[in-house]
Design a protein around this ligand. Sequence first.
Ligand code: PGA
Length: 233
Amino acid sequence: MYKKLIVANWKSNKNPEEAVQWLEELKQKTENLALKTENFEVVICPPFIDIPTLNNRLKVMSFKFQVKVGAQDVSPFDNGSYTGAVSAKQMQGLIDYCIVGHSERRKNFGETTAMVASKISQLVSQKIKPIICAENQENIPDNLKSFSTDSAVIMFEPSSAISINGVFRAEDPAEVQKVITDWKATVGNYQMLYGGSVNPENTKQLLEVRAEGFVIGKASLSVDSFTGILANV
Ligand code: PGA
């Protein structure tokens, strides 16, 4: 049984100062809250610019549960002449997880499944776990088969379920269960997350249908809704 992975995907939100405020508020609001802390691990995926600041802050803070840092993207290349790109090697030691192939990157930045495959190889070589976002099985690159089930995480992410302007429209839990069961059988026993409009109201129901964690966009931006989710895990 996997510990539930509760991933905050801040997308293009929060500067370093706001990131620290969020972290301090999270500590304060969870300190006296009854949480099943052995059941889950939190991963914060902020924009690149916040990663060093969050890491420095986490070194001097203690939480009742595990808090790790991840990135929202990585270069498909090694270090070198790739203007604007941040490589897995550069982030080694700074992050434990990295989102790849998010539908917003596929749609807005032309990320292809072949690029996702390269990103997975770069990350795994640095012992960083990719969180591979996929709307269907074709979005999951074939090279994943060459990596053990504990070296990567998969996220079922129907793009139609992503919140728009703060309005939640999650996937039917029965469909989430069907997809997770199917992918476990055909792709492998990777940890399977669900993403798309997860919020405090639907957390319990989505966990019942075998989601082994979540990637949370909108509801991760406010500490109140994020702790509302943690309280239900
Ligand atoms: P959402 O985003 O929680 O705002 O729907 C999820 C995601 O895109 O990862």
